[in-house]
Design a protein around this ligand. Structure first.
Ligand SMILES: *Cc1c(COP(=O)(O)O)cnc(C)c1O
Length: 379
């Protein structure tokens, strides 16, 4: 009875959801009862835990993933008229924060197997104004970082990974966030992301220079000078994280590997249930990759049926979603210099993609239910 009740359309299975338990709640309550609810000891502890987990030298936590992008771009020294090559298949924040600095995103087409930036199409977009490359590890699957790294070295470009989807993922056995192939990597801890602090973000780096800048920009550009006086030397922001959130992050991080295992189990179940449905294309993981499966995106063979499938699933209790409309297709971008951009694979992708529910708590029964609805639609 409970099972049937749960699967009624009024109670939609969401596309993503946080996984919180009693130790998480206890960690948060302990901070609320302590002397510091912000700028206390949990910040440094969370940063150390993140740096250790990712095998990076430094971690800087901040108020959200968008702030992390802004901080990384500031630390990289990006400014007006600088060009930055990035993927159109991402959340708008990746390139919005470039626009915030007056820099120009240059959208590179994506691969149709991973939906990540096509590393083979990057080099021809580089010119004397190009300053950085920002790959986005879409859905938790790493971009081809060694090749991107080689290109960046050849042209002396900075690499900032938008790893919002990919904490816990690996490329060639190297943890995302270790910055082996990049200068900085940014994370988001929004509830649908691999771990959550409600709102929160972080930047990882192995560079002391970037680390110091990140710390400075996070706190108004203020630091203590040699005389012990607080002085403001850069135009910074208040992008600090609270100790409440940091405590939640520390607790969540301990469970990250379990979360990813559970997500990978969900993906296996989908594979079993849907492998014979010829009308859809299932996501694939490249041999070099260990994906964190932040989201599970299928594509319909027939673009005309995608929206119908979307409506059908929503009407039947499946909270499908759409990741993402091409960044350049948003009205703001269309009005601000991106009027005529159309990238071939990105166009195919955004007309056919559909995100199915995928998160650690999703059960085998729910995956079977969702798969059954898809099969019914095509029957
Ligand atoms: C979630 C996300 C962000 C922004 O993170 P917030 O914490 O929501 O500000 C940036 N880039 C990508 C790819 C994301 O998915």
């Amino acid at each position: 009875m409970i099972g049937i009740f749960y699967l009624t359309p009024t109670l939609m299975i969401p596309y993503g959801q946080q996984t919180l338990n009693a130790p998480d709640i206890k960690a948060v309550l302990a901070v609320l009862r302590s002397d510091f609810i912000t700028q206390g000891p949990k910040i440094a502890a969370f940063e150390q835990a993140l740096a250790k987990y990712c095998a990076a030298k430094y971690a800087v936590v901040c108020s959200n993933g968008t702030a992390a992008l802004h901080l990384a771009y500031l630390a990289a020294g990006l400014k007006t008229a600088d060009q930055v090559i990035t993927a159109p298949n991402t959340f708008v924040a990746t390139s919005n924060m470039l626009l915030a600095l007056g820099a120009k995103p240059i959208f590179c087409d994506i691969r149709l197997d991973t939906y990540n930036i096509d590393e083979n199409k990057i080099e021809k977009l580089i010119n004397q104004n190009t300053k950085a490359i920002v790959p986005v590890h879409f859905a938790g699957q790493p971009a081809v970082m060694d090749k991107i790294h080689t290109i960046a070295r050849r042209h002396q470009l900075i690499i900032i990974e938008d790893a919002s989807h990919a904490l816990g993922a690996k490329f060639k056995n190297s943890k995302i966030g270790d910055c082996r192939y990049s200068d900085m990597a940014i994370l988001s801890f929004h509830p649908v992301k691999p771990i959550t602090t409600a709102e929160g973000g972080a930047i990882l780096t192995n560079s002391k220079k970037y680390y110091q800048k990140l710390i400075l920009f996070r706190n108004h550009g203020i630091h203590k000078n040699k005389q012990g006086k607080n002085v403001m030397t850069e135009l910074g922001y208040n992008y600090r994280l609270t100790d409440i959130a940091a405590a939640l992050g520390i607790s969540q991080l301990k469970k990250l590997d379990k979360f990813i295992k559970a997500r990978r189990q969900v993906v296996n179940w989908y594979g079993q249930e849907l492998k014979n449905v010829k009308e859809i294309i299932l996501p694939q993981e490249l041999k070099d990759n260990y994906s964190g499966w932040h989201i599970y995106v299928i594509r319909t063979q027939n673009a005309k049926l995608r929206d119908k499938l979307m409506v059908y699933l929503k009407c039947n209790g499946v909270g499908v979603n759409f990741h993402y409309p091409a960044v350049y297709s948003h009205p703001y971008y269309r009005r601000h210099g991106f009027k005529n951009i159309s990238l071939r694979n990105e166009e195919i992708y955004q007309q056919t993609c559909l995100t199915l529910p995928c998160y650690p708590k999703l059960t085998h029964q729910q995956v079977k239910f969702i798969s059954r609805q898809i099969k019914k639609f095509y029957d």
